[in-house]
Design a protein around this ligand. Structure first.
Ligand SMILES: Cc1cc2nc3c(=O)[nH]c(=O)nc-3n(C[C@H](O)[C@H](O)[C@H](O)COP(=O)(O)OP(=O)(O)OC[C@H]3O[C@@H](n4cnc5c(N)ncnc54)[C@H](O)[C@@H]3O)c2cc1C
Length: 379
């Protein structure tokens, strides 16, 4: 570790590593990433790896579309096979009001250039005879959606960043930050370092980092549980999700089924425990919709955190009160899929003063002063 860097990034999840990689790719490699545990130990390594472009807010659609174009090249660009598969995302609606909203979403998504289909329950049954469509009102499908292995994608960005000269310090916790007239001093468990630019990519701990520099970041972290079955031969191509049905499910490259749901009873805070209630509820619901699952054993169950923002869209930008303090936080359960585009956009903002592919200015912190329009397509 040097004493002084141009850029210090707090967080070695996919967001921090994507930012680091893109900074180095665009010519700035005087960069250090601090990770208090190991790479992908946070939300990234605990997530389902879904990559979906079907959102209700145009910003999320555009960021996800740009991310998909970057995910398509990521294995080749970094030399790490991230197990990327574009098997599509099947979004099932069990609610008339939601189904009507889906029609509007699809119109907006198509206007932005996304190829999305609207399916009747009969269409779903024809395509996927092994899904029980009882109660399904309608579905949407985008073939270019899909999934990847979150650990491998996190490592892909980290390794590629390191090859370009970025320093990654694992097991190094940032415990305090002093704001200086011309930069920052960071106090870690391995000593202190100076940086001209500080980036908060601390995921569930984003608010704590904001507090260290005196910026109130309105994020709250909520536990989300997830479980995986034993492996069987691959046959299930899409990732299936339902907001009204409150679930998501996919088959991994190695054959396991991975699935989760939200819990409205969760309280904000860091909680890594798991509950039997989740396993029972999840198993009952999923075996009814995907009857083939009833023959499989659950082999593992863990939890991670959604770092929620008030409108369930990420908060990205530079602080107006503390110059050179940037953040890419509040991903609200979709930071894995947005990380490529967000890393690229933030790096461009820092290096060129503007983004070249997706405009992120409206995702800055000050948007909450104008009111909150919530992203609806979240489990
Ligand atoms: C069960 C579950 C399922 C999900 N499924 C999906 C999905 O299908 N698709 C999707 O796009 N998203 C999904 N998500 C959300 C996704 O995991 C997150 O949005 C994403 O991983 C955020 O990445 P990150 O790099 O910002 O955060 P993290 O991966 O949490 O990285 C932040 C890192 O910062 C480190 N850190 C924190 N404080 C400090 C400090 N003081 N000093 C040093 N290091 C520090 C942490 O140790 C952590 O490793 C899911 C999340 C969960 C929990």
């Amino acid at each position: 570790m040097k004493n002084e860097y141009k850029v210090a990034i707090i967080g070695g999840g996919i967001v921090g590593c994507s930012i680091a990689y893109h900074l180095a790719k665009f010519g700035e490699n005087d960069v250090v990433v601090f990770e208090k545990d190991y790479l992908s130990s946070g939300s990234t390594g605990r997530c389902a790896g879904g990559i979906r472009q079907q959102w209700s807010s145009p910003h999320n659609v555009l960021l996800a579309m740009r991310s998909v174009s970057l995910f398509e090249k990521l294995s080749q660009e970094t030399g790490v096979d991230i197990e990327y598969k574009q098997g599509g995302y099947l979004v099932l609606s069990y609610d008339d009001q939601e189904a009507a909203q889906f029609e509007k979403n699809v119109q907006m998504q198509r206007e932005l250039g996304l190829d999305v289909e609207i399916l009747t329950p009969k269409d779903v049954k024809q395509r996927y005879p092994y899904i029980d469509v009882s109660g399904v009102k309608m579905a949407t499908f985008c073939q270019k959606d899909g999934h990847a292995n979150p650990h491998l994608a996190n490592f892909a960005y980290a390794r590629a960043a390191q090859k370009l000269g970025v320093h990654i310090m694992t097991h190094t916790k940032v415990m305090a930050v002093e704001v200086l007239p011309n930069g920052f001093e960071l106090f870690t468990n391995r000593g202190k370092i100076g940086a001209k630019i500080l980036i908060n990519a601390a995921g569930p701990h984003s608010r704590e980092i904001g507090n260290m520099v005196g910026v109130d970041l309105p994020t709250e972290s909520y536990r989300h549980q997830i479980m995986v079955t034993e492996a069987v031969k691959n046959f299930f191509n899409p990732m299936a999700i339902s907001f009204s049905g409150n679930f998501y499910m996919r088959q991994t490259k190695h054959g396991q089924f991975i699935m989760g749901q939200g819990d409205p009873e969760e309280k904000p805070g860091i909680n890594n425990n798991v509950t039997y209630r989740f396993e029972r509820e999840m198993a009952e619901k999923m075996c009814a919709i995907f009857p083939f699952l009833s023959k499989l054993r659950i082999v593992r169950h863990w939890s991670g955190h959604y770092n929620m923002s008030p409108d369930a869209q990420p908060i990205i930008g530079e602080s107006t009160s503390v110059p050179s303090f940037y953040y890419a936080i509040g991903f609200s359960g979709h930071g894995f899929m947005l990380a490529p585009a967000v890393g690229e956009a933030l790096a461009q903002m820092i290096i060129y003063g503007r983004t070249l592919h997706v405009d992120i200015t409206e995702l800055n912190l000050d948007r909450f002063e104008k009111g909150v329009v919530r992203e609806k397509n979240v489990v």
